[in-house]
Design a binder for this molecule. Structure first.
Ligand code: ZN
Length: 300
């Protein structure tokens, strides 16, 4: 249905809500005749009026449409539409924390309130990339990470003052930039480009405010021999043509040690051998993927 109308169809037809169906029809016919375009030689006003009369009759002569129309009208009476005025906007703003009313009543009259220098403020969040060797990404571990951040000034213990003077170390800022080293725990089998969130290791806060967070995006360092494909680790191994022909045991390097595999008879170049449980960690180290050995064969 179209937009609810604000027109009073009863008034348009000159009837009341109590007028019976037959009388409504009678009234409509009278008016339609009066304003019909044919009898008004194309008068625009008459044409518009005729349309409105027809619209009113269409609604009021149809029980279902009339019911909906009456219901709509009674709602409107109970809650008259309020014009969206400036006071609506300001009352909206008043409900916001801090009671910020700027922008509507006096758009340019108010300066932003000065920040209280003694108010606790949180430290900055920091975001960096961390290069992690493939074996640590695959199996987890801890690596040291060095970065710069704001820390509390040691000279004034974060007060910004020494006696009655401004602290010469931090110039009253309470904080100084320092290089720090953190041991970062890498979860086993973490995805490349995953961002670790380390709470409280960002910049220090002021006036007792909490420190920010440190976000480290993991960048897997390429490995000279291993490649990671999801949970599997792929490694190319070059064997002699004799071993390829006859088959036999071969010790190969794994991510965290060595293992002995059995080369099959008549192995061809590019053939693969799957070593279960020697791949990358799965489900935070509960399981491991495969190590996939890809054979190269030496020329004689
Ligand atoms: Zn200081």
């Amino acid at each position: 249905m179209a937009q609810p109308t604000t027109r009073n169809y009863y008034k348009i037809l000159g009837i009341t809500q109590k007028t019976n169906k037959a009388d409504i029809k009678k009234k409509y016919r009278e008016l339609a005749k009066k304003y019909h375009p044919d009898t008004n030689s194309g008068s625009k006003t008459a044409e518009d009026k005729f349309k409105i009369i027809s619209e009113a009759y269409d609604v009021l002569s149809n029980a279902k449409k009339r019911k909906a129309y009456d219901r709509e009208r009674s709602y409107r009476k109970k809650s008259p539409p309020r014009p969206r005025s400036q006071s609506d906007y300001t009352s909206g703003y008043e409900r916001e924390p801090g009671g910020n009313r700027q922008g509507y009543e006096e758009p340019f009259a108010q300066e932003p309130e000065p920040v209280d220098p003694d108010m606790p403020t949180s430290g900055f969040d920091l975001q960096f990339m961390i290069d992690v060797p493939l074996p640590i990404v695959a199996l987890g571990g801890t690596i040291p990470y060095t970065y710069e951040k704001y820390v509390q000034c040691e000279e004034c213990e974060g007060t910004g003052t020494c006696g009655s003077d401004e602290c010469p170390q931090c110039q009253g800022k309470q904080l100084v930039v320092r290089s720090v080293t953190l041991d970062v725990k890498i979860p086993p089998g973490v995805a490349d480009q995953y961002t670790l969130s380390i709470l409280k290791e960002g910049g220090a806060g002021r006036n007792g405010g909490p420190p920010g967070a440190l976000y480290l995006k993991i960048c897997t360092q390429p490995h000279p021999r291993f490649k990671r494909v999801k949970n599997d680790i792929i490694r190319e191994v070059t064997i002699s043509s004799k071993l390829a022909e006859e088959g036999g045991p071969l010790e190969v390097e794994t991510l965290d040690g060595t293992t002995t595999i059995q080369v099959e008879e008549a192995t061809l170049v590019g053939e693969e051998l799957r070593v279960p449980g020697e791949g990358s960690a799965i489900s935070w180290g509960k399981k491991r993927g495969n190590l996939i050995i890809k054979f190269n064969i030496e020329d004689d």
